[in-house]
Design a protein around this ligand. Structure first.
Ligand code: GLA
Length: 453
């Protein structure tokens, strides 16, 4: 860290440079003690410190640091840009024939995730029925990383005392285990990334028994421009292939540089099409709108990812969560729950574990639906492997809507043989080729329409 701080009365303000990020910070000073808040929304200081002569004695995440005066700005280490490999197609790893399903720690826990919580989640995946519904990956996101040893091997931090043992535990439950890193020297949360250690880290992950890697651009931004994205992701894609273990490769670079057009070539199984989701209706809709244009690139082994699920995190209505699940299913999105699966209300369980809806997401044809809009109604149609169609109808309005489907609008004059409502788990009548229903505000219908040839 490089600190550039100024005290004015009982306040200190300035900037903190870390590898990959500059933070504008401020906080109170009491005598020789000070606190630094790294953002307006933080409720507790990220760093506390004491002025001792010409040194600052700092505490961050219970780790102690001493800051000494810099002689010049050159004291601040700027990692060199490593040469990037020439582009070529990375062979497919043959994984993720259907969109990956599981759980990820970030949406709910952020940095407050540890070994015990992950074990409890693995237990809950089994006891809640999530595993048997198809959710098999248990993925730790950012903040597990520790320090590198003298040989450059990355270790986990004290929240994760033994990654191999944790992987064994997760595997013993019939689940798979995922982890997170960055092509930069630092991750988004400022922990060590895989920069310059790509092959070494891939080997470490394989030795621990990792089955899934989310690789997050973030700290790579200070070193590379977007024109290096493809080569940098290719480097880890190849490293994973050479690691000797099948590892699902998840690209997280927020949809930059049309990742959907090259994600498969660098070895990716899935790639984020969006920025970070939050537990709000507007975020769900914004993300699904960014997901939509990438539809032609979704196919078995290679998926567009509008980010992890917020279902059950408490800030949307159950109708909105049902719509969230519906839209992720018709767009063949990865289904990575982001809630506390140890304590789910029955309604949340029903949404996440609706097998008829999951079957739409996991359909082997691997097509992603595209939307058509009519006022505040959106209709998404996804062709399925058995020749039937999934039809999602979303009410974007804040009032109830009466709407439905007409066989003629689907190009199915007189051809519909059955229409099933997948949230109601019932076949519905469609007199004269028309099915109509009421949809609550921000609600969705999800229908499976069967046809005769
Ligand atoms: C980025 C990613 C998130 C999460 C955090 C972790 O913001 O997009 O999904 O992984 O980093 O720091």
């Amino acid at each position: 860290m490089y600190l550039d701080l100024q005290q004015t009365g009982t306040q200190v303000a300035g900037k903190v440079d870390t590898i990959g990020h500059t933070w504008q910070v401020k906080g109170p000073v009491t005598g020789t003690h000070f606190e630094l808040y790294f953002g307006a929304r933080e409720t507790k200081p990220r760093v506390t410190g004491d002025i001792q002569g010409s040194e600052l004695h700092l505490v961050r995440d219970e780790a102690h640091f001493v800051a000494v005066p810099a002689q010049s700005s050159e004291d601040y280490p700027k990692p060199e840009r490593l040469p990037i490999p020439a582009l070529h197609d990375v062979p497919s790893n043959g994984l993720a024939k259907t969109p990956p399903m599981g759980w990820n720690s970030w949406n709910l826990f952020q940095e407050h995730i540890d070994d015990m919580t992950v074990r409890e989640m693995a237990d809950a995946m089994v006891t809640s029925g999530m595993r048997d519904a198809g959710y098999v990956y248990v993925n730790i996101d950012d903040t597990w990383e520790g320090v590198r040893d003298a040989d450059g091997n990355l270790g986990s931090n004290k929240k994760f005392p033994d990654m191999k043992a944790l992987a064994d535990y997760v595997h013993s439950k019939g689940l798979k285990f995922g982890i997170y890193s960055s092509p930069g020297p630092r991750t988004c949360a400022e922990y060590p990334g895989s920069y310059g250690h790509e092959q070494q880290d891939a080997k470490t992950f394989a030795a621990w028994g990792i089955d899934y890697l989310k690789y997050d651009w973030c700290g790579a931004r200070m070193i590379y421009n977007n024109d290096a994205l493809q080569a940098v992701y290719q480097k880890m894609g190849e490293a994973l292939l050479k690691s000797g273990r099948p590892i699902v490769y998840s690209l997280c670079e927020y949809g930059n540089d049309h990742v959907e057009t090259w994600g498969a070539e660098v070895g990716g199984n899935l790639w984020r099409t969006t920025g970070d989701i939050s537990d709000t209706w507007s975020s769900v809709i914004a993300n699904i709108e960014k997901q939509a244009p990438a539809a032609p690139y979704a196919r078995p082994g290679h998926w567009n990812d509008p980010d992890m699920l917020e279902i059950g995190n408490g800030h949307m209505t159950d109708n909105e969560y049902r719509t969230h699940m519906t839209l992720w299913a018709v767009t063949a999105a990865p289904l990575l729950a982001g809630n506390d699966i140890r304590s789910m209300r029955p309604a949340i369980k029903e949404i996440l574990m609706n097998r008829e809806v999951i079957a739409i997401d996991q359909d082997s044809l691997g097509k992603q639906a595209t939307p058509t809009k009519s006022g505040t109604i959106e209709t998404w149609i996804k062709p399925l492997a058995d020749g039937s169609m999934a039809v999602a109808i979303v009410n974007m309005a804040e009032v109830e809507a009466t709407t439905g489907i007409k066989g003629s609008d689907l190009g199915l004059d007189n051809k519909m043989t059955a229409v099933r409502d997948l949230w109601a788990h019932t076949d519905v009548p469609f007199p004269g080729g028309v099915y109509s229903a009421k949809i609550p505000p921000h609600g969705a219908l999800l229908l499976r329409v069967r046809t005769k040839n």
